[in-house]
Structure formats: structure tokens, C-alpha cells
Design a protein around this ligand. Sequence first.
Ligand code: URA
Length: 216
Amino acid sequence: MKSDPRFPNLHILDHPLIQHKLSHMRDRDTSTRTFRELLREITLLMGYEITRNLPLTTVRITTPLQDIDAPVIAGKKLVVVPVLRAGIGMSDGLLELVPSARVGHIGVYRDPATHRPVEYLVRLPDVTDRIFILCDPMLATGNSAVHAVDVLRKRGVAPSQIFFLALVAAPEGVQVFQDAHPDVAVYVASLDSHLNDHAYIIPGLGDAGDRLFGTK
Ligand code: URA
């Protein structure tokens, strides 16, 4: 795991398998089907890392040989929240890892003129005492990410209970996110170079939603 001195809460998961799969995702000739599979696979690997410090408790079980206090994840079920629509490609992977997680949805689209987020849907389970994993592959301007965390914070979720999971981030977006939510941890596979004039990440991988769903 790498860090960047500019962004204390940014964790760059640079595992060789993640980097390898991301390179294939970036390739413009990669098919929709392969792109989707790779996003799910990378999310599994990233999810494995970000759940590393989940609190544990024990339950008494009986193996065929003896009774033991066996470790299990403590507390209420996790909540996975994809930011629609591209976040769905990541929540699928996370749910394979944590099949009993609850699932919320936050629908935000980017106004093409202002690049500001416009919310069109919020559905969340009861938030009390739960850990949230928000996911959206591209942390570009940071505006949608900030908005999604705002939604959770307004419902009373503490910053320490929120993880933001993205695939590729731009420094500009990470800065915006950090200024708004300095206590929320962000996990990415790559911190790319910059945003272009249309707020696309360079080198990036193009429009993640279009590539995931085969739309234009
Ligand atoms: N959203 C995307 O899908 N790609 C980008 O590069 C930026 C925002």
C-alpha cells in the first residue's frame, strides 16, 4: 500500500495484481465484458484490503473436536453503497466478499456544463452503528464523492465509519474530497496525473459507466 504526502487519508492499493488488471481496463480495446470482469476482480482485491481492520468478536462454536471461541466480524452488517451508475460495477465485487452486507444507492449525475453533481436517488438502510463502503470507480472532480459522503453525514454517520473506494483518482478530486471530508479514508488503485478540460481523468480509462455498460 502506498501513500502520498499531499493526501494523508489517501491509500493507494498498488498490489501487482491490481495494477495488472487496471492496465487492461485502461486499454481502449478491452471489451465491455472483460472491463466488467476486471472491475469486479479488482474490487475483490481492494475490498480484501479495506476490510483488513474490521472489528472482530467471538462466538462459541463446536468443531468436530472441541468447543472454541471463534472470531467473527463484530457489529451490524456492513453497508455497501454504489454511487450510480458506475459504482454498481464495484458493489458487485464487494458483495461477493461480504454477501450479507446491506446495500444502499446514491444516484448522482454530473451536469455536463457545470460538472456539479445532481442527485436523483437516495435509498439507504438504517444507518445506526454501521460501517459504510461508498464506491465509485472514478474520483475525478471529487464533487460526486463529496456529495455522497454529505448524504451519509447528514444522516448521522461518523466519518470514521465511512470508507470511500475508487479505482482511479485525479489529484484535483482527492484535494476537493480531503478539504470537505478530511477524516474519511479514501482507497484507490491509482492516483493519475490530472483532469482535462472536460473533467476526465488523464490518462484514466475513459467514461467508466459507458465502458461498464456498453453505452455511449
Ligand atoms: N468519470 C468517468 O467515468 N471518467 C473520468 O475520467 C471522469 C469521470
